[in-house]
Design a protein around this ligand. Sequence first.
Ligand SMILES: Cc1cc2nc3c(=O)[nH]c(=O)nc-3n(C[C@H](O)[C@H](O)[C@H](O)COP(=O)(O)OP(=O)(O)OC[C@H]3O[C@@H](n4cnc5c(N)ncnc54)[C@H](O)[C@@H]3O)c2cc1C
Length: 423
Amino acid sequence: MHIVVIGAGVVGVTTAWALHQRGHQVTVIERLEGAGQETSKGNAGQRSYGVVYPWASAAMVRKALPWLLDRQGPLKMRMPPSLNTLRFLLDTLRFAYAPGVYGLNKRAMLRLGMHSRTCFQAIEDAVDLSFDGEHAGILHLASTPAAMTEYADTAALLDELAIESALLTPDQVREVEPGMRGDGPLFGALQYRTDGTGDCHLFSQALARACGDRGVRFLYNTTVRRLVADYHRVNAVEVTDSRGTVERIEADAVVMSAGCASPELLRPLGLHLPLYPVKGYSLTAPLVDPERAPRSTVHDDNYKVVSTRLGDRLRATGFVELADFDRRIHEARLETIRTSVASRFPGAADMDEATTWTGFRPMTPDGPPAIGRGTRDNLYLNTGHGTFGWTLSAGSAELIAQVIDGEAPALDLDPFRPGRFAE
Ligand SMILES: Cc1cc2nc3c(=O)[nH]c(=O)nc-3n(C[C@H](O)[C@H](O)[C@H](O)COP(=O)(O)OP(=O)(O)OC[C@H]3O[C@@H](n4cnc5c(N)ncnc54)[C@H](O)[C@@H]3O)c2cc1C
């Protein structure tokens, strides 16, 4: 089959890899100049298989208002909110308070996380990719005793799903992360032992090159304008290149992996996918003293900032901002991220030399991504991975490839069905 994948973010590229491995002829269409240039570019670098959770939770809703009122709180919303923002928040509330939904989605996402771990391993075994990847576990710090109580509940759920974790004392935390010499409050941590890190941007580019070497066609600087469909099938995608030339590319099947841009391409085919661009920020700085830097990923619950070691760089990431597609980088947000790094890893990196970045998580209002068939026989979705697209990419790619090949998928895909928002 000739399969067109729309989008060369980490989700599109892993999808192309999975489909090519199964013998399909694959064309990836990307509007930017290379792979991994949009949301997959500057994220926190965590492959947090054991952490994944739905965004829509009653506990999150309870924390949201105090976070919004706190100047350094992790949640920001542009005032007045747009209609789009309000719609997304209302949808989120609906899912957060739907009885039983959070628990089902959390378990489904964790299963997908662990499946993704296996699929990443298979990719890393099959091809030599250089992306500053590690498998050293990750830490969620507890800056209050209450946080440790919450972590104990999380550890119990992980136990139920046979996902390896450990509750650590402050001394044990310092053994795992000896570079953590700051004076931020510390009452212990939850260690996710199955998890890892890596530069998602480098990975996307390296895997795209590996795919290209094996015959996958990448059309960069090429924008999909619309899907050309009849009542049953998508027959082609209509694209424009950088010179404005319009062309139709025929396909036996199409996979939508255009991140935040997916809904606008799906809407004309009657598919309502309410993704919202949840903005976040990152700083990437060269290390000046690797001994004082994180070995892996450390989530500072005090400022809700994640510090990750990526080779000889430190990446620090934070904020959940609801401001539609506003790409401005606010200095106050960067200042909070720097404060967190200084309170945990002082002297580790040259923060004055840091590059800054902002990106948009393609978030569904409930939390799970959309993986499965769309509103035409040969239209498939693999998109909407929100906070966890790097983590879940390898597993999601394998699952959509199974669906396309008509196999029973390795996991129950019901929680991920693309049509669930129209029900
Ligand atoms: C601050 C921040 C921190 C994060 N940290 C983590 C983390 O630690 N771990 C984790 O797992 N996830 C993390 N994420 C989430 C993760 O980055 C995303 O879920 C993931 O990158 C989404 O990948 P994607 O391929 O779906 O989307 P994208 O990377 O956005 O790719 C979509 C691609 O489609 C292309 N496209 C769009 N429209 C068209 C069109 N019409 N024609 C052609 N091409 C098109 C775009 O140009 C883009 O390249 C974070 C996100 C943010 C913002």
